[in-house]
Design a protein around this ligand. Structure first.
Ligand code: GDG
Length: 449
């Protein structure tokens, strides 16, 4: 099999290259462990406009993986990453066209940065490479590479949802985006719904391309091991002591409007109101590290959540009880695994999500003899694989409230039954199987003439 070339907006920072800490690096760990690999993308650094002409790709080789990165100028970062990728494509793909603020100028910057990626990657490519491009930042990159004469197989995986064409066409230039997808030999999406939506778009636009389903997973063995070892960490023990045997609910989400956090807080409030027997007894820890803090929508969301947590704690709390423990700093991964293990229930209630790995991590972290209960939104990509969770509509606060009550009063035998039915898929559809399936499909593509 040829050399694997991964292209993504962000490339792991130098400090995370020896031991990947999360995200794509963990998902690709197996795939990157064999043969020579190249990983190309943005360095995470911004440079002044005047340094643009002299910028060069910087190369760092760690074992068999070569990391090749380029810097972006402030205006490229702003137009390509903040405005077009995160201010237009992200909301639209999460069915929130109303949040999208489109300008033609941002689209130009997005296309220019994709062109820049193609031009900087081109000299690094070798015959026989398999090129795997990731996510919405880089939709047009495949076509840009083809235009430069690249004939290697190129695959594209979209980590986030793809909306129905009737919604997608709200994007000016949507048809061109679809036509450019023709450049890819393999197009992967998370769920049947997403693949159907994209394929409908292809039919409407007359594009001969086909999206297929490659659901992503986690590395359940190592996550379960981290969770088992969790109690060796002083911080996990400190959390356990602070609970004093009280029922414990956990939520873990990047701060993002797709994750349904204000709706979740409303659900928790409805739970306290309608099931007052839990007041003073239950502990809910919401871990929400701030992301994309420079984008206006995210700043507003943070204010809304800060306000809601403060209000709920003021209204329902007592001198010896805080209804929501709300953190906006990240928690180290090994502690997170231990925290999940302690939790009697997890709230995973996105309004829309490509997959949602937290749902899978929570299941992997449980002790099968006395497992906690997963409360999961119908609108997470993980929902079709996880029907033995308590599935809820995140827009219905009372449904979240009922699910919380049900989870915290559920008999151990039912918790075990549900977990025993959830566990096999979490172990079967993993990060490793996802990457293997995708790369296998890509390798099977005959070289274009
Ligand atoms: C995109 C798609 C798709 C969160 N807080 C902390 C922390 N996390 C970790 C979780 C989990 C990861 O971040 C989040 O993954 P998700 O899948 O839930 O969501 P996105 O970041 O939106 O990812 C998504 C995914 O791509 C993969 O294709 O599933 O649908 O939106 O691993 O544990 N990790 C640590 N501290 C935190 O505070 N260490």
């Amino acid at each position: 099999m040829g050399r694997l070339v991964v292209v993504s907006n962000r490339v792991p920072a130098a400090r995370d290259r020896q031991q990947p800490a999360g995200g794509l690096a963990v998902a690709l760990r197996d795939a990157l462990s064999e043969g020579q690999c190249l990983w190309f993308g943005w360095s995470g650094q911004q440079i002044p406009e005047e340094d643009k002409a002299e910028r060069e790709v910087s190369i760092d080789k760690v074992d068999n993986v070569t990391y090749a990165t380029i810097d972006l100028t402030h205006s490229e970062f702003d137009g390509f990453y903040q405005k077009y990728s995160n201010g237009i494509l992200w909301p639209l793909c999460h069915y929130r066209a109303g949040l999208m603020s489109y300008t033609r100028a941002d689209r130009e910057v997005y296309l220019d940065v994709n062109q820049l990626f193609a031009e900087k990657l081109l000299p690094l490519l070798q015959p026989g490479d398999l090129i795997w491009i990731h996510d919405y930042h880089l939709f047009p990159l495949g076509q840009a590479l083809r235009d430069l004469g690249v004939t290697s197989p190129i695959g594209f995986f979209l980590h986030i949802p793809f909306p129905p064409w009737s919604l997608m066409k709200a994007l000016p230039g949507a048809e061109r985006l679809m036509r450019n997808m023709h450049a890819y030999d393999v197009i992967g999406l998370q769920t049947e719904d997403d693949a159907r939506n994209m394929n409908d778009g292809f039919s409407v636009c007359g594009v001969e391309a086909r999206a297929q389903v490659f659901p992503i997973g986690i590395d359940p063995e190592s996550f379960a091991e981290q969770a088992r070892d969790g109690l060796e960490h002083a911080e996990v023990l400190r959390l356990q002591e602070s609970l004093r045997g009280k029922p414990f609910i956990i939520g873990v989400d990047r701060l993002d409007y797709s994750k349904g956090l204000p709706e979740r807080f409303k659900g928790y409030e409805a739970f306290l109101k309608r099931y007052p027997e839990h007041k003073g007894k239950v502990v809910y820890l919401q871990i929400t590290p701030v992301s994309r803090g420079q984008v206006e929508e995210y700043r507003l969301l943070k204010e809304e959540l800060d306000e809601a947590a403060g209000r709920i704690n003021g209204m329902y709390g007592d001198f010896d009880w805080t209804p929501i423990r709300y953190l906006t700093k990240p928690v180290p991964r090994e502690l997170l695994a231990g925290f999940y293990r302690l939790a009697d229930a997890a709230l995973v209630t996105p309004l829309r999500d490509g997959m949602n790995l937290v749902a899978k991590e929570y299941v992997a972290a449980q002790d099968g003899k006395d497992p906690g209960v997963l409360i999961l939104s119908h609108f997470a990509g993980a929902a079709p694989e996880m029907e033995d969770a308590l599935l809820v509509n995140p827009h219905d606060a009372d449904e979240i409230a009922d699910a919380l009550h049900k989870a915290l009063t559920m008999a151990q035998s039912e918790r075990c039954d549900r977990w025993n039915r959830l566990q096999p898929d979490v172990w079967r559809v993993t990060a490793g199987s996802w990457a293997r399936d995708f790369i296998g499909m890509l390798a099977a593509k005959v070289k274009r003439a």
